[in-house]
Design a protein around this ligand. Sequence first.
Ligand code: ADP
Ligand code: MG
Length: 405
Amino acid sequence: MIFMKNVKELQVEGKVVLCRCDFNVPIKGGVIRDDNRIVAALPTIKELISKGAKLVLMSHLGKIKHKEAPEVVAEQKAKNNMEPVAARLAELLEGVKVSFCPATRGEELKAAVASLNNGEVLVVQNTRYEKGESKNDPELSKEWASLADAFVMDAFGSAHRAHASTYGIPSILKEEGKQVALGYLVEKEVVSLSKVVNVEERPFVAILGGFKVSDKIKVINALVEKCDKIIIGGAMAYTFMKALGGEIGESPCEVDQLDYAKRMYESGKILLPVDTVCANDFDNPTEVREVPSNAIPAGFEGLDIGPKTREIYVAEIAKAKTVFWNGPMGVFEKEAYQAGTIAVCKACADLKGQAFTVIGGGDSAAACKQFGFKDEFSHVSTGGGASLEMIENNGHLPGIDVIGE
Ligand code: ADP
Ligand code: MG
């Protein structure tokens, strides 16, 4: 790992510090459904406040499609307004002055930054209100960078994107000889995921599930190189079963990935389910059966790994010294198809203190939280896509490399 400055090392009293956070929280009708990401940002924010910085916080929130008609864009902007985040942050930072700037650039933003006193916080409106954000527009990056004396990257979930707020700003500030650093949250991600990228303790077992093979091709490639065993579950298992000549009934299958699946299987490292829980209808099943994975009857689709597979997978996980898990073993949102995912969660939890266990993936993280195992893992990544890309790119992400280059 290249040496990178940490937020603790910054000297920023009286300086404007621009901190890129991940405040991409679920919001409905202006109400925050889960403030985890805001809470997770607090250590870095508090550190900068205690150092006497004038703190400017930026983040994206949701999606805004600038190519749509103006009224659609306006609707998306209203839906993804950052103001409730500023309000929640003010509650969490009792005693600290937190203000909100509805402008994303121009005189209004400049004036809001200029009015900050040491130890005060300004939350800027959603960076994606700007069309140039996702394009890493040089003019926008320049304008944002001109506001700041220093930059802190604490948005791991956005570190795989070279956008104006994640890449443009720090590259300019660095060129100008200004301080740039990683926040606590990103630093913990980098340290933890590095142990998966550069495996120290073997056997290294990867657990892959979820919906699509095509989403995960690159990570399967990388993991076949790095792992000792890859356990496959979820809907992607049926593409593998089909590739090996099995009958998969109505189970989801990506026909264009069959050759790829076969090739990966030939690595000799892949374990596939031997039995499957299948049903005759996704929404309203009248029959749920446990069958061999290569003999799913017509009219049925596989929705979870079966009991024999659970046993085999649990035994394999028990031997591991490093575990990386992405993708649930079944449709864990429905009670009838949770057992596989719960078994894997529990097997990882049982390794506590003996192995390094990491979850990367939004739904997998949600599942482990739902089933009460969140604190039993060594690390639950806050960035699904970012954690996968970090493994695919052998530890590199643009928004992190730019801090250390
Ligand atoms: P992550 O967010 O952890 O990367 P994914 O997004 O790849 O995981 O996959 C999660 C989704 O996969 C879940 O919504 C789950 O219901 C679905 N899934 C898992 N197994 C199956 C299956 N057999 N059939 C249909 N969907 C499945
Ligand atoms: Mg997902």
